[in-house]
Design a protein around this ligand. Structure first.
Ligand code: DGT
Ligand code: CA
Ligand code: CA
Ligand code: ZN
Length: 580
């Protein structure tokens, strides 16, 4: 974590605690300061060394806050924050992870019942004590109870979008250690799961102790959980990072084992047993001549283990891309030579869901188009939020704005090196109604329709209705989930995908790391039902275009080939799909 992030985190905690105590206005100021400090391109610690005035140059950072920033860098703590924490000794992050519980609620819960942890909250809700608090009711209590398990899991898992860059950083550090010969990330990170329990780093080396020593000296390490001769676990960047060292000759077998998933490995092991082989983290062994009495980890004749490809080959199967290793039929497909020819990043040619200043984006249409061209795209659609139900804060374009915007997009398109399509992100109301007039929709190139509110219960009918709307081209972030924050709509993907395929509507894989919606399993079901998917970043500035990576790997988790993906098509082929 950078020191800018460190102080920003403190200011956010400050804001939460002030809000919990019922203080007005200040929490907002602290949050705004935190955001600007986090985004500050320079080194805030350096400013702090120059004094409060220098820190006060950052937008939104006034006298009170800049003095705390200086205090933090000088003394390592903020006295007033320490006092607030003593007054309100609550596990704020854990409690506010419960949907519907904000800092203010945490304050009320502490004041009324002394609740500080998720377990205490659950016990109080089960005992019916919450509904006795002023401002709470039986319904609130029930909601909290229903959301506690989700929150518990959320607290334990980190978004892929956070863990992936951090894992890569860990890998770069480890790869530079002298004794390291080979190094790779394993586990859920290598499989690109949407959320990550911990980061797994695997090393091939003859000198485990030297590697462990250097690893625990990584400047990012906040605490060592355990350190042995060939493995270590540390806390770093708010994550747990597991290191495993094996001899280079066993690296492939270990990588296969530690990539998982557990369920995939079980099926692989069973396939080995059918062939009188044994697979484990040390290698693949022919155990046909091994007596039960000498059965140990490396018993038998070693037939593979140096490379992962060799491990699968020894079992008569194709190498399985990590994204597929979830026991969804991939072992059988690999044995039959039937694995999909997975989509790769270079296949994606454009972005069909982006925002500009016309709604809540940060850039002009021209800047978004130039950014997409720089990124290497062949085309971009500008799909600002339409006004109407579900749009917070009144941001969005109305029908008249849209007509003006079409003219601007056409002007930009005339100058740009790539195709620039006009579009909109309309809202899908709870009854399936699409929020923009049909005649306006008809004049736009790309119509994305997405659910933004009322995200409880089954959404299949609602989404099917929107998919069947003749002007809708793409259903955006279909479930409306926010990872670790809200589960979103329940959707019968097969039924939605069948209707969408019939209607010529694509289903989005929203690549924003907060969403990854549809997820990989849903993508697999959608493609099997014949649907086309579109991988979009939902970018609110050009800086988000690279997030397409997360969408591509999510598509791969759904067994997607280039032919399944709308924006892997050329601009001409895309136009054909949109016009139909
Ligand atoms: P996570 O960390 O919860 O996001 O998920 P993973 O898959 O990274 O799980 P993790 O870190 O506990 O272990 C990494 C891999 O090591 C896992 O995917 C498969 C393998 N592994 C770990 N423990 C076991 C085990 O008890 N049995 C088997 N078969 N494999 C295991
Ligand atoms: Ca892991
Ligand atoms: Ca692990
Ligand atoms: Zn949206």
């Amino acid at each position: 974590m950078s020191r800018n992030d460190e102080i920003a985190d403190r200011l956010e905690v400050f804001a939460d605690l002030l809000e919990a105590k019922g203080v007005e206005y200040k929490p907002r100021a602290y949050r705004r300061a935190a955001e600007n400090v986090r985004d500050y391109p320079g080194d805030v610690e350096g400013l702090a060394a120059e004094g409060e005035d220098a820190v006060g140059e950052i937008d939104g950072v006034g006298d009170a806050i800049s003095s705390k920033v200086v205090e933090y860098f000088e003394t390592g703590e903020i006295a007033e924050l320490g006092e607030l924490r003593e007054e309100l000794p609550v596990d704020m992050a854990a409690l506010t992870a419960v949907e519907g519980v904000g800092p203010k609620t945490v304050g009320s819960l502490y004041e009324a019942l002394g609740i500080t942890t998720l377990d205490e909250l659950e016990a109080a809700a089960e005992a019916g004590e919450l509904q006795e608090i002023k401002g709470f009711g039986a319904k609130t209590e029930q909601n909290i109870l229903e959301n506690i398990d989700f929150a518990r899991e959320a607290n334990a898992r980190t978004l892929l979008g956070t863990a992936h860059p951090y894992g890569e950083q860990a890998k770069r550090y480890v790869a530079d250690i002298d004794a390291v010969e080979t190094c790779a990330l394993g586990g859920s990170l290598r499989r690109w799961r949407p959320t990550i329990g911990d980061v797994d780093v695997l090393v091939g080396s003859e000198d485990g102790e030297a590697v462990v020593d250097a690893f625990t000296d990584w400047p990012e390490v906040e605490g060592v959980i355990e350190a042995g001769e060939t493995k270590a676990s540390v806390r770093a960047g708010g994550l747990r990072v597991d290191l495993r060292v094996v001899v280079p000759g066993e690296f492939g077998a270990a990588l296969q084992y530690f990539t998982g998933s557990k369920d995939h490995n079980v099926v692989v092991r069973n396939r080995a047993i059918e062939r009188d082989l044994k697979v484990n983290e040390y290698g693949v062994f022919d155990v046909s001549d091994v007596a039960d009495s000498e059965d140990h980890q490396r018993a038998g004749e070693r037939v593979a283990g140096e490379t992962e490809e060799g491990v699968y080959e020894a079992l008569d199967m194709e190498w399985v891309p990590p994204e597929l290793r979830e026991n969804r039929g991939e072992v059988e497909a690999a044995a039959d030579g039937d694995l999909p020819d997975l989509l790769v990043e270079g296949d994606v040619r454009g972005d069909l869901h982006t925002h500009s200043e016309w709604s809540d984006g940060g850039n002009t249409v021209a800047e978004m188009a130039a950014g997409a061209a720089d990124f290497g795209h062949d085309y971009i659609a500008i799909t600002d939020h339409a006004t109407g139900p579900g749009m917070v804060g009144g941001v969005g374009v109305d029908d008249a704005d849209l007509r003006e915007q079409i003219a601007e997009v056409e002007a930009v398109a005339g100058e740009a090196d790539i195709d620039v399509f006009s579009g909109v992100e309309a809202n899908i109301a709870a009854d399936g109604e699409v929020s923009v007039a049909d005649d306006v929709l008809a004049d736009l190139d790309v119509v994305v329709a997405s659910p933004h509110a009322a995200l409880d219960g089954d959404g299949t009918d609602r989404l099917v209705a929107a998919a069947e709307h003749p002007e809708v081209d793409i259903i955006g972030h279909p479930t409306g989930r926010y990872l670790n924050r809200r589960p979103g709509l329940d959707v019968d993907v097969e039924r939605l995908a069948t209707a969408a395929a019939e209607a010529g509507t694509a289903l989005e894989i929203n690549a924003s790391p907060a969403r990854l919606d549809l997820d990989g399993y849903a993508v697999k079901a959608a493609i099997e039902a014949g649907a086309t998917v579109a991988i979009n970043t939902d970018a609110h500035s050009p800086g988000s275009f690279p997030q397409v990576t997360y969408g591509v790997h999510t598509a791969r988790r759904g067994w997607a080939e280039a032919g399944d993906v709308l924006n892997a098509r050329s601009a001409a082929e895309l136009r054909e799909f949109l016009d139909d």
